[in-house]
Design a binder for this molecule. Structure first.
Ligand SMILES: Cc1cc2nc3c(=O)[nH]c(=O)nc-3n(C[C@H](O)[C@H](O)[C@H](O)COP(=O)(O)OP(=O)(O)OC[C@H]3O[C@@H](n4cnc5c(N)ncnc54)[C@H](O)[C@@H]3O)c2cc1C
Length: 493
């Protein structure tokens, strides 16, 4: 019987796991979380994607309180600057450009309309884009998919962890402060039996969740699970991060600015901005990275820049014996598409769906691992797409990215879009067609053909229909507030 769950680590992953496990399973399980104040948390991670709303709703969080507690702002999109070529930008929004018009997806009609003289970009048909560009936001409650405007948040993940800790402790999670020095395994099965703390305390459990971050203390150091290195696809291995003073106006989107060898994030929170540069040390020295980041801050730095080293890839068995790894212990994908916190969420939900109440079965473990492998790989491919399809010729880094071998599934996806404008979604891909579409077009892939169904509509009728959609998408803008005004009113700060 799985009666006691022990979570090793109290970063974002640990507290998200503790809060949701206890909320769902209540008195069916005891949850104890061990964290070490001496080690602390990684302390970065600020941008999310829309499913975080479902997680918060399930926990019963009040959105206004959550925004206040975590110093959060609204995220409608990521603006990619200088990625295809220097001086150009495009958005990856959470919206879906256009509308459902007929048999085939919107991009086919838009491509046909372009042939018939349409001058507007795909994004001109996207409410998320229109609001992001104008710095506006409001919550739209409507059953009409035309006006849907999915959003996520920028928040301080350290504060999010602290906020969830209050909720988890209130619901009965026991927090133990201490340094795990030794991990005791069963001599025969190899299952973990207990964690031994530096001060001599022992914590016993039936199921262990490894949330020890990049240390991966249980899953890699103790059980010896292998790490699949993906640095041949995503060679960035370093980041340098620094907070800066907040701007007078907070943008409702993340900025991702490509530089000569890497990219910089700018994330607006209500009390400060988060900034960082992701780079590969083979192409850029730490000094150069420091210089690039500090030379491209829009406001005064609030602390000394901090370097973080990482390796891209994943642990090959995310669930091994009686240990499930969640968070950075399960793998690392650079924050280009803000997916790490989402991977925490989906890992916990997957574990809950398959929660081993009576015993841990290998069938369940295998299923969990196959599912999570697919999810990691689809995200990896989406991130590689941004790097690979570029037309920059100003540095060896971008040329190498363009010429590198890419995962076969991604190559097929690009070829299919290039030839037919079609996108097929893979199971477990968290990025929908609209996301792939925006990044493929934004990075400069021009489809050679599109679906014949779009050609069946007379040009004049098609242009008129698209004009109507554009007018409809513009309509809600009048009821929008500036992003700052929305935050102020909604959170009553
Ligand atoms: C540069 C960078 C930028 C990022 N940006 C984003 C982003 O924008 N969006 C996003 O979704 N994600 C982002 N991430 C990822 C995000 O930071 C993490 O997914 C998230 O913070 C979860 O971390 P964690 O809880 O797994 O690890 P950590 O925060 O490192 O927590 C590990 C915990 O384990 C404990 N621990 C470790 N060893 C021991 C021990 N021996 N004894 C006791 N306790 C121990 C520590 O004390 C700590 O509590 C970014 C990551 C990096 C590196």
């Amino acid at each position: 019987m799985i009666k006691k769950v022990v979570i090793a680590g109290g970063g974002t992953a640990g507290w998200m796991a503790a809060a949701l496990l206890k909320k769902v399973l209540q008195q069916q399980i005891d949850v104890e979380l061990v964290e070490s104040d001496d080690i602390g948390i990684i302390g970065v991670g600020e941008a999310t994607i829309p499913p975080i709303q479902v997680f918060n709703q399930y926990l019963g969080l009040d959105e206004a309180e959550f925004l206040r507690e975590t110093k959060a702002t609204i995220k409608l999109a990521i603006k990619f600057e200088n990625w295809r070529t220097q001086g150009e930008s495009y958005y990856h929004t959470f919206g879906a450009p256009g509308a459902q018009l007929g048999f085939c997806p919107f991009q086919h009609y838009w491509l046909q309309a372009k042939k018939a003289g349409l001058t507007q970009s795909l994004w001109d048909f996207d409410l998320n884009f229109l609001c992001a560009e104008q710095g506006k936001f409001n919550i739209i409650k409507t059953p009409n998919p035309l006006y849907e405007m999915p959003y996520a948040y920028h928040f301080d993940s350290g504060l999010y962890g602290r906020y969830l800790r209050k909720i988890a402790e209130k619901s009965g999670v026991v927090r133990t402060e201490g340094l795990i020095e030794l991990v005791q395994q069963d001599a025969i099965s190899g299952h973990i039996r207990s964690l031994h703390l530096k001060d001599g305390r022992q914590i016993h459990g039936d199921l262990f969740i490894d949330c020890t971050g990049l240390r991966a203390l249980l899953v890699r150091k103790t059980l010896g699970v292998a790490f699949e290195d993906w640095s041949h696809y995503l060679p960035a291995n370093s980041a340098i991060a620094v907070p800066s003073e907040r701007f007078a106006q907070t943008l409702p989107y993340t900025r991702s600015i490509a530089h000569k060898a890497g990219w910089q994030w700018r994330i607006p929170l209500t009390h400060r901005n988060g900034n960082g540069l992701v780079y590969c040390s083979d192409y850029l020295s730490d000094d150069e990275a420091h210089h690039t980041l500090m030379g491209n801050l829009d406001a005064n730095a609030l602390a000394e820049p901090r370097k973080i080293s990482f390796q891209t890839g994943r642990t090959t068995e995310q669930w091994c014996k009686n240990v499930v790894s969640i968070g950075l212990s399960s793998g690392f994908l650079e924050p280009l598409e803000s997916t790490s916190i989402h991977l925490i969420q989906s890992g916990i939900v997957r574990l809950l769906k398959m929660f081993p109440h009576q015993q841990i079965s290998q069938t369940v473990i295998d299923y969990y691992n196959a599912d999570s492998k697919q999810e990691f790989e689809t995200i990896r491919d989406f991130i590689v797409l941004h790097y690979h399809v570029n037309q920059r010729d100003d540095s060896k880094f971008w040329r190498d990215m363009r010429h590198m071998a890419i995962p076969p599934r991604l190559a097929e996806k690009i070829a299919l879009f290039q030839q037919t404008a079609a996108i097929f979604n893979d199971q477990n891909d968290i990025f929908r067609d609209a996301s792939w579409l925006q990044v493929m077009l934004g990075q400069g892939i021009q489809p050679l053909e599109h679906h014949p169904a779009a050609k069946a509509v007379p040009d004049a009728q098609l242009l008129q229909t698209l004009q109507k959609i554009r007018d409809a998408k513009q309509q809600p803008l009048a009821q929008m507030l500036s992003h700052d005004e929305f935050l102020l009113r909604y959170t009553k700060q």
